[in-house]
Design a protein around this ligand. Structure first.
Ligand SMILES: *Cc1c(COP(=O)(O)O)cnc(C)c1O
Length: 426
């Protein structure tokens, strides 16, 4: 077949290709379900753009203070419509997911307030934002108290302890949807809804914030549909659709968003300023593409899970369970497997395919880390990327893929590298 020759041209042998085909043939129902969600979410995004009368004029650049930036203001209305929230802050000067989370927290917490994480330890970079690890400028330095309730051993919420942890000072609870680089399961939107309902029953005025990174458009509902007061994410992940070159968003109740905006810019200025510098078109178009991009990434994750499960490796989530984010973990049990996998992902990239990633001692990590990313946008993890710390259990975390075909090639290439290194037999 002609298409087989194309894969062979790229370095995928017949054996790997045939193995992949057999796996893919069994995924038709899964893929159809993913496509139907994408179709639903595509309609949701288009409707939001139509309802807000998105027009050519909104793509114009503003500079300086950015007063009356119609494109920026309308984009924020579109995000609010998509996520069914009162308001949103969507900005290039929210420079990453961590920054957006930091602004959402510091804008809404005051000295003496308590911040509670009822879902265990938050994402690594938040440890310094909160002050769990000592750091200059942390919430802790400003007198915000942090409490955490760990998950039960089976990965579910410890409702009993959460109830005990909520007190008169509890101001905000933070729930991380995706497992990130942890081993717990990712929470579904409905699980998050149950937790929020439980918390609000105990204390109705507590602010419930969800770290929505990697979760957008994976399901038909978002945490803001089940009671979250604020949802927060990065535009170089799902909702940027691969086109946003930078940015973050916070969507939620007007009061929460306004408070965040006074922290992002300055008290008194809030949302009124902040030039969009010509990035609006990429933000709109990226959001428009996001549902299908997320679908491609999800198919890649499901395909990878099934390929490596079939070969006898431990995969999280497993090949058949339902998905609530785009991350896939594969445990190889040895450094060589992690390295070969990442080298395969790199070799399949449209950018920097000719370099070979090696493990290195990254600041902030206690073991060498290998990272594969051949991305158009630096560090973008909606683009096909993989990384893994070189320490037991020797697991690799893999995510993204702007198209399903690219994700598929990446996974086949990773398998090719493992086969070439004699690490698997097929
Ligand atoms: C990526 C991520 C973040 C941080 O986002 P950055 O853009 O890398 O700063 C926070 N929380 C979760 C769950 C993430 O996946």
């Amino acid at each position: 077949m002609e298409i087989d020759a194309m894969y062979e041209n790229l370095g995928i042998c017949k054996k790997v290709l045939d193995f992949g085909k057999k796996i893919e043939d069994n995924l038709k129902d899964r893929f159809q379900e993913i496509d139907e969600n994408a179709e639903y979410n595509q309609m949701k995004v288009i409707k939001a753009m139509q309802d807000n009368r998105v027009s050519d004029i909104h793509f114009a650049a503003t500079t300086g203070y950015g007063y009356n930036d119609l494109g920026r203001d309308t984009l924020e209305d579109v995000y609010a419509s998509v996520f069914h929230t009162e308001s949103a802050l969507v900005r290039p000067n929210l420079i990453s997911g961590t920054h957006a989370l930091s602004i959402a927290l510091s804008g809404n917490l005051r000295p003496g307030d308590e911040l509670l994480s009822p879902a265990g330890k938050p994402y690594d970079t938040l440890e310094e934002v909160i002050g769990i690890r000592e750091s200059t400028g942390s919430l802790k330095e400003y007198g915000v108290i942090y409490r955490q309730v760990d998950l039960l051993p089976n990965g579910t919420f410890d409702y009993e302890s959460i109830k005990k942890a909520i007190n008169e000072r509890t101001k905000l609870i933070t729930i991380q949807r995706s497992k990130g680089y942890d081993t717990r399961p990712t929470f579904s939107v409905s699980q998050i809804g149950e937790l929020i309902a439980f918390v609000k029953e105990i204390k109705p005025d507590v602010i419930c914030m969800v770290d929505n990174c990697y979760g957008e458009f994976v399901e038909r509902m978002e945490p803001s549909d089940v009671g979250a007061d604020m949802i927060v994410g990065s535009l170089i992940k799902n909702p940027g659709g691969g086109l946003a070159p930078i940015g973050g968003y916070i969507a939620g109740k007007t009061e929460c968003i306004d408070k965040a905006s006074y922290r992002l810019t300055a008290p008194g200025l809030g949302k009124e300023v902040g030039a969009s510098l010509g990035l609006n078109q990429a933000f709109y178009q990226g959001l428009f593409l996001s549902p299908t991009v997320v679908a491609g990434a999800l198919k890649g994750a499901v395909f990878a899970a099934n390929v490596y499960e079939k070969l006898g490796f431990q995969v999280v989530p497993n090949g058949s369970e339902s998905r609530h984010d785009i991350i896939q973990a594969v445990t190889f049990g040895n450094p060589e497997g992690v390295i070969a996998f990442c080298q395969g992902i790199q070799a399949a990239a449209p950018v920097d395919s000719f370099v070979s990633p090696e493990p290195w001692d990254m600041p902030g990590y206690d073991a060498p880390v290998i990272m594969a990313a051949g991305a158009f946008v630096q560090g973008s993890s909606i683009e096909l990327s993989a990384d893994g710390p070189i320490k037991p259990p020797y697991a690799v975390y893999f995510q993204g893929g702007l198209t399903w075909y690219h994700a598929k090639l990446g996974i086949l290439m990773s398998l090719q590298k493992l086969l070439d290194a004699g690490l698997v037999q097929i």
